[in-house]
Write a protein that binds this ligand. Structure first.
Ligand code: FE
Length: 279
């Protein structure tokens, strides 16, 4: 049977990917940020997951405003790296796991989460930056990837509680998957940041630190925060944090902390990582 071995929350700031691509992870402001990722990388290297479900949002690369699914899952065998304006990032293509993807789609729809199945889903920084953070610069990614895209771009976005419940349904789907695979789930985005309007540059380190603590000890409290309050407190793009709650919903109520780290500002964002596993 499939087993969920860890849940990871991590930022997907584009500049972090650029630091990897430009070989700058050991210099200047990047050094402490990347040192803070090391324990997460070690944990994954030790645990050797077979597949990662990466919960992220597309930023207009694969999903245009013409059609905006609330929740969408990639069901393809591979996903090309998206060109976000400067050419695709120089990283390996992302290999999928269609069997697990379709199992998740079947199970989620039966569980009343009507998820959109995508045969084509070019991977933008929302998905690829976390891969670089967690696995560096390999010739091939050491895991198969199931992309799960969430609309946090276009109102109405799903509630934090809906995201948490989706995570719980993902847990049920993993537990009903027969192949003996080790699964890690990654919730990406945030933390606090706002890229537009009068409050551009808004970062709320107090909120970010509260979120890092509560995602571990009392995630249900985080599901009671409305998406409007997320935007007010964490910035208009800080609402991406609801995707961490999908990851957290997939874990048990009691979790243990493997690792966490936080830096701000990182390219106009509060940037954090948390690695949790069932207690
Ligand atoms: Fe984003």
């Amino acid at each position: 049977m499939a087993r969920l071995i860890a849940g990871i929350g991590v930022s997907h700031v584009p500049a972090i990917g650029a630091a990897v691509d430009n070989g700058r992870t050991g210099v200047g402001i990047w050094k402490p940020v990347f040192e803070g990722y090391e324990p997460a990388r070690r944990h994954l290297a030790e645990q050797e997951p077979d597949v990662a479900i990466v919960v992220y949002n597309d930023h207009g690369s694969a999903i245009s405003l013409d059609i905006v699914p609330t929740f969408a899952i990639g069901v393809a065998g591979s996903y090309p790296i998206a060109d976000e304006g400067g050419g695709p990032r120089p990283i390996p293509a992302v290999h999928g796991d269609p069997e697990l993807s379709w199992h998740l789609a079947d199970s989620l729809v039966a569980d009343e989460f009507d998820i959109t199945a995508c045969q084509k889903l070019p991977a933008d920084h929302g998905l690829t930056v976390p891969l670089s953070i967690l696995w560096g610069t390999p010739q091939q990614w050491p895991v198969r990837i199931v992309p799960l895209a969430v609309n946090v771009i276009h109102d109405p976005v799903p509630t934090a509680q809906r995201c948490f419940r989706l995570g719980q349904a993902i847990r049920r789907a993993i537990e009903s998957y027969e192949p003996d695979v080790k699964v890690v789930i990654v919730g990406t985005g945030g933390m606090s940041h706002q890229l537009q309007g009068e409050r551009a540059g808004h970062i709320n380190t107090e909120f970010d630190r509260m979120f890092l603590e509560q995602i571990r000890v009392d995630p249900v409290a985080l599901t009671r925060i409305s998406t409007r309050e997320y935007a007010e407190l964490a910035g208009s793009e800080g609402v991406e944090l609801i995707m961490w709650l999908i990851m957290r919903g997939a874990l048990r109520e009691d979790v243990e902390l493997v690792h966490e780290d936080y830096h701000a500002p990182v390219s106009m964002s509060g940037a954090g990582i948390v690695v949790l596993r069932d207690a």
